[in-house]
Design a protein around this ligand. Sequence first.
Ligand code: NAG
Length: 406
Amino acid sequence: MRLRLAGAVLLSAAAYYVYLPLPSGVSEPWKLMLLDALFRSFMQASDVAHALGVCHRVHLLNRVVSWVEVIEARSSAAVHVADSTLGGVPTRVFEPSGGSRPKRGVIYFHGGGWALGSGRMRSYDLLCRKMAEDLDAVVMSVDYRLAPEAVFPDQYHDALAASRAFLSAQVLQRYGVDPQRLCVSGDSAGGNLAAAVAQELSSDDTLQVKFKAQALIYPVLQALDFHTPSYQQNQAVPILYRPVMARFWLQYLGADSSLEPLLLANNHSSLDQPGISAEARSRLDWTGLLPAERRKHFRPLVRETGSAGVVGRVPGLTDVRAAPLLAERGVLGRTPKAYVMTCEFDVLRDDGLMYGRRLQDAGVPVTSDHYEDGFHGCMVFAYLPMMSDVGWRSMNNYIRWLDQNL
Ligand SMILES: *[C@@H]1O[C@H](CO)[C@@H](O)[C@H](O)[C@H]1NC(C)=O
């Protein structure tokens, strides 16, 4: 009896911990709750370790993630897998064993807020392996440096160095890759790096070889507005909560985490910030860039006066290499055809939707793939902690788009 009672108490405590009210319409809510409970317990454990001075929270998180998720480079009959370097940056290379030559090529940047994750994690390993196999493509998954040790523009520079090497005659020849069939891709913070790299390299006239396509999965593209409709609507939707994204940005830009409340109040993009031009503002003005069905009843938060001098102290906020949505139309117009995947239940939804719209306005062919039941991270966590339906659907559609467009 006592045992049964203890069991019931424990069970309800666990259910209380896991349970989270989710918006109706999100795909398989219980799976998302479990994934979130997993993330939250890791986060809380690392917060405690951080507070006790044991180690930086990101280090503990990365240690746990490595322990649970990092796997050796294991080849299968279909795909040869090896850890190597690309332009001096550690990279896991997936080479299909059979098939024809020359092959397609994809360079991939993993997500994790520029601070977490690795191309050697099981989830990314599985994704890249599947891409290599299904597309008969050589896939290179880049382990750029991470925050807090590395901050902007280190991650960007690593992504760029790896991409330049990827486009070089030497690498293309060595792996038997077709210079006409190359794609740059990534998810979340990796989608940010992919977009930034696509802009920089398509505007570089010294390059002989260019990307044919860019595929951006729920990318993060701007840090000036934390009150887009999707930031407002999904601020409490797992796994990427609004304050967590603000913290990732501050860490990436090498700014103090104490600025978080200020960012969340949009005090850094108030009208009295001299560092933000009217043109820059128009590039993320969602009242014009988003369709009515996404704007819904939400109102923009634009302050007359904010916190003086923030943009001067954190110059990355207005740097296009950190925030690709701020690029001018001419630069966007030179980038390759694009696939932009977005999820309804994601604070970053509108970053992606606005970017897709601006690319299209600049004359770039864009496939906008929106998941009405999707949540941030769903594609990569298709396998974690269990098979997710929207994860599978989105992964298959992403690979199908590459198959038809690369
Ligand atoms: C935002 O700016 C206003 C006006 O300068 C100020 O009163 C307020 O305290 C600031 N809020 C934060 C969170 O910094």
